[in-house]
Design a protein around this ligand. Sequence first.
Ligand code: GLU
Length: 271
Amino acid sequence: MKKLVTLCMIMVLAAITVKTAQAGDTLADVKKKGVLTVGCKDSLPPFGYIDESSRRIVGYDIDFVNAIAKKLGVKVELKPVTSASRMPQLQEGHIDIIAATMTKNAERAKVIDFSHAYFLTGQKFITKKGSVKSLKDLEGKRIGTAKGSTSEKNAAAAIPTATILSFDDYPQAFLALMQGKVSAVTTDEAILAGILAKAPNKGQFEIPNIQISDEPYGLGMRKGDTNFVNFVNKTILEMEKNGEAKAIFNKWFGPSTPFHLERTFKITADK
Ligand code: GLU
């Protein structure tokens, strides 16, 4: 019995050590290497997409990590991720932070840590104009979305009779809608608005006023990476206070942009 207790204690200690080793101290590591490696989207305007003239990834998510890197005095390296690959990429140490239209929720917070929310949207649908007035019109239909997203889960829960087709990312799902292979594409309204703004035949589609969830975005970091999480949180609260966060919002969502949205939130310390 005594042996067993000792063995259990050793195993618990080993587990704690492994966990700490996993989290490490990204803040110190990033300063040392002089680079913040960011997992971002590269085909979702205006969050993360390739700017045609500079051929660089730009967007709302990118401006937040640029500000964090500037404060740290380091460069930014952007690595495109998908909704499904972003958490494994972080956990395996290939990226330091996720800035990729990622909803902060309790289930994911068991695996990674999140910053305070820095954007707020909600899940809706893109459909052919006039085809969908309420959720009922989507019953038994095929709906496109992305693998590893909250959109996938929320849609299955809201319309259990629908067939959810999950693609690597939302532009592929929208292609399926244009080809008539699905009746709708579902994800966050701000992403849908970005897809629609860039669509060649946007007049044929619409985003009906049917919202099935709230989606607050957080920057994702490794679990237990406390120094880094604190630094990121402090920085984004400062950005809210000094107007930089609002300026970034206006740059990407202001009245003169194709993605015009009202800023209905402020960055505050989440509980
Ligand atoms: N915000 C949702 C999520 O984190 C949908 C957008 C995405 O897939 O990145 O799952």
